[in-house]
Every structure is written in C-alpha cells, then in structure tokens.
Design a protein around this ligand. Structure first.
Ligand SMILES: [Zn+2]
Ligand SMILES: [Zn+2]
Length: 193
C-alpha cells in the first residue's frame, strides 16, 4: 500500500472504497490548485456531503472541521472544492464514480462476512473483494472517478468567531444567531420546544 494512502487509512481506522476515492479526490484537488496552495492558511475545502471520503480529504489537504477550513455546504452531492480565499480561485470536483457503480456483489459479500455465522472463507472473500476494488480505484484514470473545473468563488463567510449569550432557560452560552425568542425569553435549540 502507498505509504501516504496507508496514513489516511490509519486515520480513518478502516479500509473502505470511499476512503480510496477520497484519497484520489484530495490528491487531484491539491495538484490542480497549483500555486494557489502556496499558503495553506488561505485555503478552505468546501464539501457537499458527509461520507468516508471526507476523512481522506481532511488528511490529504490538511483542512479540518476543527480548524474551520473545512466547511460542509449541504449540497447533498459529492462535490468537493478547494478555494484560495484571497484570490477566490478554486478547483471544483464532482465525483462521478458512484453514479454507475454496481454495489451488488460487494454488499452481498459484506452481508455474508458480517453475519454471526460467517465462515473464515466468507470473511476472506469480502476482504479480498474490498482490496481488489480499492486497487481498481487507486489505478483508475481520473476521468473514471471525477470531473474537475477551475472556477472563481466569492470569499466565504469567516467561520468560528461568534458572539455568545446565555440561553434564558438552561443558562448555557450559545451563538446568538442560534437563539430563538419564545414567550419573551431566549431559547437555545436544546431548550426550544
Ligand atoms: Zn470508510
Ligand atoms: Zn438552553
């Protein structure tokens, strides 16, 4: 296994097809950004959905939810974008690999391997099929996996810093934008009925 891919798998803590796709996505985004990633402090990743692929994208790009340079756009589709927030220059990638992917055999083998009565042969067969399909993803031409566009985007809102006030019910401090007035009292989402 490619040592850099192995690091990604170690971070993700299991081997799956989507982590391999995410690895290819992350590598392609970084390469296509060229000089726009000279200063990674200016770069953010915008991700359209939540899948295993995100762990690979975080590892490869260094953009993470914790650092707030990874933002979920809720597009509900596998669109992954790296953007230089200074220049607005961005690379947008749509992952098309799953559009026509036939999951039938993998799902069947997985079901067998995860059943309480699974034999060693069934477990090995699932592992082997997973590894074969990962090898296919790792060797596939990029055009089989995704399409890439170079675009320019407006600067995203600055994340992370927010004004906090106490909830009128539980007293816990919460982002003021997320407080709701109910009966003349500010409510956090947890206290709102
Ligand atoms: Zn996974
Ligand atoms: Zn509350």
């Amino acid at each position: 296994m490619d040592p850099e891919f192995k690091e990604v798998v170690d971070f993700h803590r299991h081997l799956c097809l989507d982590i391999a796709v995410g690895y290819r996505v992350g590598k392609a985004l970084m390469r296509e950004m060229k000089d726009e990633i000279k200063n990674m402090k200016e770069v953010i990743a915008l991700v359209g959905n939540e899948t295993c692929a995100l762990d690979a994208i975080q590892e490869v790009t260094g953009c993470t939810f914790g650092k707030r340079n990874l933002q979920l756009t809720h597009l509900g589709k596998p669109v992954y974008t790296l953007q230089n927030t200074n220049t607005g220059k961005a690379v947008r990638l749509y992952c098309s690999y799953w559009d026509t992917f036939d999951h039938t055999e993998l799902r069947k083998r997985k079901k067998e391997a995860k059943s309480p009565q699974a034999t060693d042969e069934q477990k090995a067969a699932f592992q082997k099929l997973t590894e074969e399909q990962i090898d296919t993803i790792m060797a596939a031409p990029e055009s089989d996996l995704f399409s890439i566009r170079h675009i320019t985007l407006p600067a995203p809102p600055i994340m992370g810093k927010y004004k906090a006030e106490p909830c009128g019910v539980c007293g816990e401090y919460v982002n003021v934008a997320l407080l709701t007035d109910q009966g003349g009292k500010q409510h956090c989402s947890e206290c709102l009925q």
